[in-house]
Ligand binder design. Structure first.
Ligand code: HEM
Length: 530
């Protein structure tokens, strides 16, 4: 046999190459002419091969460019486009509630399940039923009652931030990196709420503890994990440590967490755990209806890691965007400060965040920051197994991944005129979007008149929307943290933007699941004044 192979190797190689070409030719012909999506508009090359997406995700400009390419496709082909062999993308905010329904089972796409290398956690779980049980186990952590109870601990952490500013930054003339500052502050808030204990990232000199900062840099791996997941799954992440210093710090945090959780889960500690005064993520998981398989140590640790990763980058970015734009526009800054001074007469007595909700301009600033920071910016595909969908004249077969994205929604120029501008005033007076015309060229008519907030999709919507939010407007962890943080900063501190910072430090240049600015951005810098 070996002799036969050696003697005929040239012929065998040519034969294998011919077979591969025939297979590839058949595959492409099937995708272009016989696939259930063959009739949908879009570039033929994207319909023929997934490598088209890979090129924009990983190669072009160093990667993270596919979201921009999808937008370009829509400009050319209209609001519904086949963006790869298997998936449709829709650029029409009026259709968002159909793709992301609140009361229908939706699956996620296997392709994205290794995106964070934690495929068994709630966010990347594909089947709707399994996702539901995993989400239900975590949901009590984020109930309205629980977040209100946490109000004082959020305030306490934000007060510590203010203390550090007063004692280490104000009047020094040294620029403070507020991207780092917010990363440290939101990490302390999230860890406090999820694990019920302080973490002290705010105490690091110049807010530069590597862990909160590593979360952002880890997202650089996201596209490689998607496109080459089949390879990456074979390589333990620990092997990549020497090449990715941030990974070392991330995995170090994971090891500490694992040690802590395995201690909590020990049989001889059961009594202490159950009697503990503080309820943590682990209490919720242990008391839930999760299967023993879902309560195994590795999965519990991964779920905790996901919770931290999910909250840090998006909250940090929203706060950084808010500060940058407020400080670039004296009118916006003056109006915000005036409202805070009237609403909070004594800055040493900051109100509970529920009271901050009545400050209309503060909330408008937060909403505008959430809109422009966009949360997760990569498209979020959903799959309906139970039924086909109808978009205008198009029938979308059941089992088809369909996606929309926040880049298109939050920057839609019918819903948000002058979409690139930071205009908090667009949120004042409970504005509505009428259902009299489509929101994109050749789009469908909205089902009915909706409040403007309906179209801001930074937290996504439906059964798989952000867990850091609830259906009650504003009463949720993510928004509570943003309101308390912004109120403290602009009520208690004076500051100006450092000349090294520009809009390029907050504007999306790369889609790394979360939006990232130009590669050499060091963050937004501010000088705190007396
Ligand atoms: C400004 C702040 C935030 C924004 C804009 C945001 C945005 C989002 C978005 C768009 C998703 C959907 C992702 C997907 O479909 O794959 C999501 C999911 C999620 N978020 Fe957030 N998030 C924020 C803060 C937080 C916080 C503070 C936490 C908790 C500590 C959190 C926990 C989660 C979890 C657990 C999921 C997965 C939910 C599920 O799959 O059912 N997020 N978030």
């Amino acid at each position: 046999m070996i002799e036969f192979v050696l003697e005929n190797r040239t012929g065998l190689v040519i034969g294998a190459a011919i077979l591969w070409c025939v297979y590839a030719f058949n595959l492409v012909v099937h995708r272009l002419y016989f696939h259930p999506l063959a009739k949908f508009p879009g570039p033929k090359i994207a319909a023929a091969t997934q490598w088209y997406e890979t090129y924009f995700d990983i190669v072009k400009k160093g990667g993270g460019q596919f979201t921009f390419e999808v937008k370009r496709m829509h400009k050319k082909y209209g609001p519904i486009v086949r963006i790869n062999p298997h998936e449709l993308h829709i650029d029409d905010p009026a259709y968002y509630e159909v793709v992301y329904p609140t009361n229908k089972p939706v699956d996620k796409l296997e392709f994205f399940s290794h995106q964070f290398n934690m495929p068994d956690t709630v966010a990347p779980t594909c089947p709707a039923a399994l996702h539901r049980s995993r989400r239900q186990a975590l949901a009590p952590m984020f109930s309205r009652k629980r977040i209100i109870e946490h109000g004082s601990s959020i305030q306490h952490i934000v007060d510590q931030l203010s203390y550090h500013l007063d004692n280490e930054h104000v009047g020094t003339g040294v620029p403070t990196n507020i991207s780092h500052m917010w990363a440290a502050s939101v990490t302390d808030v999230i860890i406090n709420i999820v694990f019920g204990e302080p973490s002290h990232y705010l105490d690091a000199p110049a807010f530069s503890d590597p862990f909160p900062l590593a979360v952002r840099n880890i997202s650089q791996l996201t596209h490689t994990l998607n496109h080459f997941g089949f390879l990456m799954r074979k390589v333990p992440l620990t092997w990549l440590k020497p090449f990715l210093p941030d990974l070392r710090c991330f995995l170090g945090f994971r090891d500490t967490l694992e040690a802590k959780i395995s201690l909590l889960m020990r049989e001889d500690r059961k009594q202490d755990f159950e009697n503990s005064a503080v309820r943590t993520l682990f209490h919720e998981m242990m008391d839930s209806k999760l299967s023993p398989q879902d309560l195994r140590l590795q999965r519990v640790v991964d779920e905790a890691m996901l919770m931290i990763g999910a909250g840090i980058e998006s909250s940090k970015q929203a706060l950084t965007v808010a500060c940058f734009y407020v400080l670039t526009d004296p009118e916006i800054e003056a109006r915000l400060r005036a409202e805070l001074e009237a609403g909070i007469p004594d800055p040493e007595q900051m109100p509970h965040f529920q009271e901050l909700e009545s400050l209309e301009y503060l909330e408008a600033v937060m909403n505008e920051a959430l809109r422009l920071s966009m949360g997760a910016v990569q498209r979020l595909p959903r799959i309906r197994r139970d039924t086909h969908l109808t978009y205008g004249a198009w029938t979308i077969p059941a089992n088809t991944p369909v996606s929309q994205d926040n880049y298109s929604n939050n920057l839609n120029d019918v819903v948000f005129p002058e979409p690139d501008r930071f205009l908090p005033s667009r949120w004042l007076g409970n504005p509505k979007v009428p259902a009299t015309k489509p929101l994109v060229k050749d789009g469908i008519l909205p089902a009915e008149e909706r409040p403007l907030g309906h179209y801001m999709t930074s937290f996504s919507k439906g059964t798989r929307m952000c867990l850091g939010t609830t259906s009650v407007p504003c009463l949720n962890l993510a928004k509570a943290d943003l309101l308390v943080s912004l109120a403290m900063l602009f009520r208690k501190h004076k500051m100006r933007l450092h000349e090294s910072s520009s809009e390029e430090d907050v504007k999306m240049a790369y889609d790394m699941f979360v939006p990232q600015p130009k590669k050499d951005s060091k963050g937004v810098f501010v000088i705190f004044e007396k």
